[in-house]
Design a protein around this ligand. Structure first.
Ligand code: ADP
Ligand code: MG
Length: 425
């Protein structure tokens, strides 16, 4: 038992290192990451932890070392899968070879058998839904692999079977199993929290959507009533051509407004269709410019473009268009006396930045704070849905928005989006 207490500082160091490595892993677990990234993260975290454990072992007898290397091996394999189990075993054996510890062949046999054990347990562990059974499986795996090691350790360096040695083996089995159980428990809790927070987000959105739905009927009914009125007036037999034209134009304008309100609402409310494609931002921005040009010309706005080429993002084309059109439209509408609308596209590292700046009326601090909340509008015929759509689309793509605005000087919207990765293709 003395040995255990003599080594308490090494235990604490190991616990600290485990906490450090796994807290990095849990930070990643909170984010939406692809399967490849999460496998990479768990391999790296467990690999580094294995090397840490082996670098700070606990000495029991002369030349006879024991450490907690099996904790990251088991946890990493159970959550990362068979490939991770193989890589971690490779790291472990490779580092052992590097340290120059003798009897490599016995260690090779020992860890090959543990690897086989993990290969058998992994598919079973993955299917389990119940937390208690998951913990039980992880604990049994840890006990069996610790027992395999405790049989092999005396073979590596024939130690005397003293009471101390047996006590040590028992404590290693217990401590290692407690370590494995702790990480499985925390991992399961973190996964559950992530599912819960996703559910809450969905509920929040549903709440906003239903509030908006109620008000939208009002937003749509108004223009429809206007259209209906003008269509009825068109029935008059003695109308002049000028009046007819005026009625038709007003009715069409009202319909367009209703249409744009519905489009904005649907872009926000529709669940993602998942039609993700690789978009060439350079090309998309040129086609958006052509689309918005007549509207800009009508408002005496000149569009200037400065676009970098070969910038690709992964996203839904309609949503990206809707989002950028809303910003462009707001820019044009902010310049009732005409002005300049600049569109630029730059790539910096893994980020694509679309900057849209106008020389319009700008916004004060209070307006900036309210931007993006439903129904905030300063326009007579505004809906206050445009920027909400912008925020929701950019957020769903893992991007970010920064806004600089000065009253009477202008506004600059910067939409920062992650560029398409090889795995998106
Ligand atoms: P809407 O355009 O229908 O009013 P938005 O959500 O698109 O709704 O915009 C909300 C409000 O934000 C606008 O009414 C306007 O006051 C302000 N805003 C948005 N973009 C700009 C801009 N580029 N310059 C000045 N004000 C802006
Ligand atoms: Mg708008």
């Amino acid at each position: 038992m003395n040995i255990l207490f003599e080594n308490s500082d090494t235990y604490l160091l190991n616990v600290f290192l485990a906490y450090f490595c796994f807290s990095i892993y849990f930070k990643f677990l909170e984010k939406e990451t692809s399967k490849f990234t999460s496998t990479l993260v768990i391999t790296l975290v467990c690999g580094v932890f294995t090397i840490f454990c082996m670098s700070f072992p606990i000495t029991i007898f002369k030349g006879n070392l024991i450490d907690f290397r099996q904790v990251p091996l088991i946890v990493g394999a159970l959550y990362g899968g068979r490939k991770v189990a193989l890589i971690l075993t490779g790291i472990l054996l490779g580092y052992r070879l590097y340290l120059g510890i003798p009897n490599f062949h016995i260690a090779f046999l020992l860890y090959s058998s543990i690897c086989v054990l993990l290969f058998l347990v992994i598919p079973f562990f993955r299917k389990i839904e119940c937390l208690k059974r998951k913990l039980l499986t992880a604990a049994s795996t840890s006990v069996v692999s610790a027992l395999i090691t405790s049989i092999a350790v005396p073979l590596l360096s024939p130690a005397v079977f003293t009471l101390d040695y047996l006590m040590f083996i028992v404590s290693v089995v217990i401590l290692q199993t407690v370590g494995v159980l702790f990480f499985v428990l925390v991992n399961e809790k973190a996964k559950k929290n992530k599912i819960l927070s996703n559910e809450i987000k969905k509920l929040e959105k549903l709440k906003t959507v239903s509030t908006i739905a109620a008000s939208i009927s009002h937003e749509v009914r108004n223009p429809l009533t206007v259209t209906k009125g003008f269509l009825q007036m068109l029935r008059e037999p003695n109308l002049s051509d000028k009046d007819k034209k005026f009625y038709i134009n007003t009715a069409l304008e009202a319909l367009e407004k209703a249409e744009s309100t519905i489009t904005d609402y649907l872009t926000f409310a529709k669940p993602s269709l998942g039609n993700i494609e690789i978009l060439d931002l350079h090309r998309q921005l040129i086609s958006l410019k052509n689309f918005i040009e007549p509207y800009a010309a009508m408002n005496n706005v000149v569009i200037e473009m400065k676009l970098e080429e070969d910038v690709y993002i992964a996203g839904e084309k309609e949503k990206v268009h809707q989002c950028l059109i809303n910003i462009l439209k707001n820019g044009i509408e902010a310049m009732p006396q005409g002005g300049k609308l600049k569109i630029s596209l730059n790539r910096l590292g893994n980020e694509a930045t679309v900057t849209i700046s106008d020389t319009g009326i700008g916004m004060n601090k209070e307006q900036l704070e309210r931007l993006g909340t439903p129904f905030f509008t300063t326009k007579d015929i505004g809906t206050g849905l445009g920027t909400m759509v912008v925020y929701s689309v950019v957020k769903s793509m893992g991007g970010n928005i920064t806004i600089d605005s000065k009253p009477d000087k202008g506004t600059r919207f910067s939409v920062i989006l992650p560029v398409a990765q090889y795995s998106d293709l």
